[in-house]
Ligand binder design. Structure first.
Ligand SMILES: NC(=O)c1ccc[n+]([C@@H]2O[C@H](COP(=O)([O-])OP(=O)(O)OC[C@H]3O[C@@H](n4cnc5c(N)ncnc54)[C@H](OP(=O)(O)O)[C@@H]3O)[C@@H](O)[C@H]2O)c1
Length: 288
């Protein structure tokens, strides 16, 4: 049975000329939101660098981009964002090939389906290695070149769970909360240099992320899950992300009503904790 909820369909205006002649590096470009960002950007006049672990999937995405725009320049740079020791070589290769990156979209990520108590420590570390340290150390590697050019934008794809929490996603929510703290601080430290930071928090998006999510013992969850509200298509999410980037915003949540979860958590913390208590945990485990 297909549990997928209907997609939200809305139009978002995005001025493609903002990205013309820009060189944009997208991690996690082989699937879901990253793939949708890549195919959307392929028609804007941007030069693209696409990364993920699976080189064949990246080649397929690059071919689809060329079908949309035969003139697009697209470099495929496969690597694992959890292999941090490789970053200096990866960054050097990308800079040598492109001459400089205008926008890094740090999007690669992995989800979680397992309780805090039962999750193997290796799973908790893996989620941080991919979602947090992957974005942090890649930024550390690339930032000096942006500072030298006095321009650039780091776009971090966090999650609405960077501001609140749901049962079964302890390490995932923690990794996204950590991104918010780190990149907010970095923004303050580099203010006035010409390099900007955008933190974007998508809500429930219809991608294979739940299938790829890590369970307590580290295997892939393998199932699509229901969301607590309607899911948005990755294409619509990508258009909204690019709209935020084009507008030069520091921070944005994208999605349906779930994007207000962080506000609810701040304004009514006790009510939120009551809602997320035992009964809700059991309900969420049952339906997701
Ligand atoms: N879907 C949602 O509802 C949702 C909501 C909020 C935030 N997000 C965030 O959006 C981002 C993209 O997620 P998605 O929904 O598009 O999921 P997805 O379809 O599973 O895509 C994840 C992407 O990340 C790459 N990736 C995973 N592990 C990697 C690693 N170790 N090294 C390099 N690349 C890796 C994957 O490619 P390979 O497997 O080939 O490496 C893939 O391209 C994530 O940061 C996620 O946390 C998603």
């Amino acid at each position: 049975m297909d549990h997928t909820l209907p997609r939200i369909q809305t139009k978002t205006d995005m001025n493609p000329s903002v990205f013309n002649n820009k060189t944009i590096w997208i991690t996690g470009a082989s699937s879901g939101i990253g793939e949708a960002l890549t195919t959307e950007l392929a028609t804007t006049g941007a030069r693209l660098v696409v990364s993920a672990r699976n080189a064949a999937d990246l080649d397929n995405v690059a071919s689809r981009c060329r079908e949309r725009n035969a003139k697009v320049t697209i470099f495929v740079e496969p690597f694992d964002v959890a292999e941090h020791h490789l970053f200096p070589a990866v960054v050097k290769r990308v800079l040598d090939r492109t001459g400089g990156i205008d926008i890094l979209i740090s999007n690669a990520g992995v989800g979680q389906r397992g309780s805090a108590l039962s999750s193997n420590p290796d799973v908790v570390r893996r989620i941080f290695d991919v979602n947090f340290f992957g974005a942090v150390f890649l930024t550390q590697g690339l930032l000096p070149s942006m500072l030298e050019r006095k321009s650039g934008r780091i776009v971090v794809i966090s999650s609405v769970l960077g501001k609140f929490h749901l049962p079964g996603r302890s390490a995932y929510a923690a990794s996204k909360h950590a991104l918010q703290g780190y990149f907010d601080t970095l923004r303050a430290e580099i203010a006035g240099t010409g390099v900007e930071i955008s933190i974007i928090r998508p809500g429930w998006i219809e991608t294979p992320m739940s299938r790829n999510a890590l369970t307590a013992d580290g295997v892939s969850y393998g199932k699509s899950t229901k969301a607590l509200s309607r899911k948005m298509s990755p294409e619509e999410c990508a258009r909204r992300i690019l709209h935020v980037v084009a507008a030069g915003k520091n921070d944005a949540a994208i999605g349906g009503i779930e994007k207000w979860g962080g506000v609810l958590r701040i304004l009514f913390p006790r009510a939120y904790d009551r809602i997320m208590g035992k009964k809700m945990s059991e309900f969420i485990y049952k339906i997701t």
